[in-house]
Write a protein that binds this ligand. Structure first.
Ligand SMILES: Nc1ncnc2c1ncn2[C@@H]1O[C@H](COP(=O)(O)OP(=O)(O)OP(=O)(O)O)[C@@H](O)[C@H]1O
Ligand SMILES: [Mg+2]
Length: 514
């Protein structure tokens, strides 16, 4: 029997991630098995949304269904599917088992079932059993039963999210259909509180007509966020036109943006509309706006002020209806001060500035993104399995990432190639170590420094408290802060502090934190 925790959960409001995590934990306990995964279908990929017993970075992986025969079999059946311990089919979780990181999956018993929501295929539930434990004859029926519960939990999460969106007045028809991410292309990966807050803010502003200025370091994903903003806006059926201002030579910029008429300059053989007209009814994305030549800035300002453009050489202005999203990795206000950017244009564009946080502030999202890039490289290079050693995970989490997500993507791709060139076999599990990542040791982050800074300064030669009280106090403070950084996820706290989860549990109880 299931314990009642999942049914009880259904009677109260919970964040989606918590609800789904509790579901997989309850199912794992019910079956007494080694690992459980809840995966959502997005385009041609299955995306793990909650896992128990598997490495945390699994959550960032996107399993292209066609590349994983077990997943194909599960999705193409409406009933529970079992893969006997001797099954030769490769397993998507190979090397990802939490208790045996980087080890080949032991001989194991595996089951899965597809999940449906409102008659449409939603995803799948997978179960793996190890250590001689096997699924008995009733397991298929039990799994079918669990699938109903899983569908109810997923449906509840979706309804809650729709209600929240309705309350916030930001329900677009797309949300009603349920697919938050839309197509797999350009998916934004991450679950940190700071990222979720940003996505929520973007969804709210997407619904308005305000111009948005996306600010952030190089490689933080400004282009991805701009695309999402358009996709979530009422203009999503109209075009999104991307203009890279850094690539516009000054001499051509005006005609590119506003178009020209035949004969406007030598070489203008025909009338030609510019990007503004192409974006009519939709969105114009002015990427790298800080690079726009000053002369073009003046014309752009005029268009933004009166909603009109004038093709080069034309007598009459034309009305255009365009929403502007701009992005830059420059400090625009400093450019204004230095006279490289017009203050009036800056004020027009920055009606709604959105700072995109750098990767180093997104906590464990680094691992999720790494998981995503690992799976992409695994498939591209034809590896059986590609994963990170615990030391490599630690190295990624304590690196400063000046080039942000783009840099992480390159680091993982290079590390995979380095592993092969140093003799790793594609048919074995390839585990990336810190040497493969080759991160620049001079920009290892402040975590270590910050942790040192946490150690209370001893003010006098004679400490006023006993060593035990002082140590307890320090442990309490460290656990609390780490818990906050891990958004309340105790399993992650244990991992970060390199503690056994049950020891952490005992310690937290003793310190009065649980
Ligand atoms: N949260 C994310 N999830 C998945 N991929 C991401 C995420 N953020 C960024 N990326 C990927 O990282 C790369 C860099 O992102 P992008 O080009 O949007 O950065 P940018 O902020 O525009 O940088 P720059 O200022 O240098 O132009 C892209 O390949 C993008 O797909
Ligand atoms: Mg960019």
């Amino acid at each position: 029997m299931f314990d009642d925790s999942i049914l009880l959960d259904l009677t109260s409001e919970l964040p989606r991630s918590v609800r789904q995590e509790r579901l997989v934990v309850a199912i794992r306990t019910y079956f007494g098995c080694g690992a459980v995964g809840l995966l959502k279908l997005d385009g041609d990929c299955l995306c793990p949304v909650a896992v128990d017993g598997l490495a945390h970075e699994t959550l960032g992986r996107r399993f292209v269904v066609a590349q994983h025969p077990r997943l194909v079999t599960i999705l193409s059946s409406r009933s529970a599917v079992r893969f006997e311990p001797g099954s030769p089919l490769p397993d998507p979780y190979d090397g990802l088992l939490d208790s045996q990181l980087g080890m080949p999956l032991p001989v194991h018993d595996c089951m899965g079932i597809s999940l449906y929501l409102e008659g449409r295929l939603w995803g799948a539930l997978t179960l793996d059993a190890f250590d001689g434990c096997v699924f008995d004859e009733q397991a298929g029926d039990k799994l079918a039963h669990s699938a109903i519960l899983a569908e109810a939990v997923v449906r509840m999460s979706r309804l809650e999210e729709e209600i929240r969106a309705l309350r916030a007045g930001s329900l677009v028809s797309e949300t009603l259909l349920g697919d938050e991410q839309g197509s797999g292309e350009g998916e934004i990966i991450g679950q940190s509180a700071i990222l979720l807050k940003l996505l929520h803010e973007l969804d709210v502003v997407a619904n308005s007509e305000l111009p948005v200025l996306l600010l952030g370091e190089t490689g933080v994903g400004k282009e991805l966020f701009a695309r999402r903003l358009h996709r979530k806006s009422p203009r999503h059926n109209a075009p999104l036109i991307h203009v890279n201002c850094a690539a516009l030579p000054e001499s051509l910029a005006e005609s590119e943006l506003f178009g020209h008429v035949k004969g406007a300059f030598s070489g203008a053989m025909n009338d030609r509309p510019g990007r503004f007209e192409a974006a009519n009814g939709g969105t114009l994305f002015l990427d790298e706006v800080g690079e726009l030549p000053l002369t073009v800035q003046a014309k752009l300002l005029r268009t933004l002020q009166n909603g009109e453009i004038q093709r080069l050489g034309a007598d009459q202005p034309r009305k255009v209806d365009v929403r502007i999203i701009a992005a830059t990795n420059r400090q625009l206000h400093e450019q204004v001060r230095e006279g490289q950017f017009r203050a009036d244009l800056y004020h027009r564009l920055s009606v709604y500035p959105v700072p995109i946080p750098p990767l180093r502030e997104r906590g464990n999202d680094v691992l999720l993104l790494a998981g995503n890039f690992l799976e992409l490289n695994r498939a591209r290079l034809g590896f059986r399995s590609l994963r990170l050693s615990p030391a490599a995970e630690q190295a990624l989490c304590s690196y400063d990432w000046p080039g942000n997500v783009r840099e992480l993507e390159h680091v993982i791709s290079r590390a995979a190639l380095r592993a092969v060139s140093r003799g790793a076999l594609r048919t074995e599990i390839v585990t990336l170590e810190p040497e493969h990542l080759a991160l620049d040791a001079t920009i290892i982050r402040t975590i270590n420094k910050a942790e040192n800074a946490l150690i209370p300064e001893i003010e006098s030669n004679e400490p006023a408290v006993s060593l035990k009280i002082a140590v307890d106090g320090y442990q309490r403070q460290l656990i609390r802060q780490t818990l906050e950084a891990c958004q309340g996820n105790w399993a992650n706290v244990a991992r970060r502090l390199d503690l056994d989860p049950s020891n952490l549990h005992k310690l937290a109880k003793r310190l009065g934190l649980k």
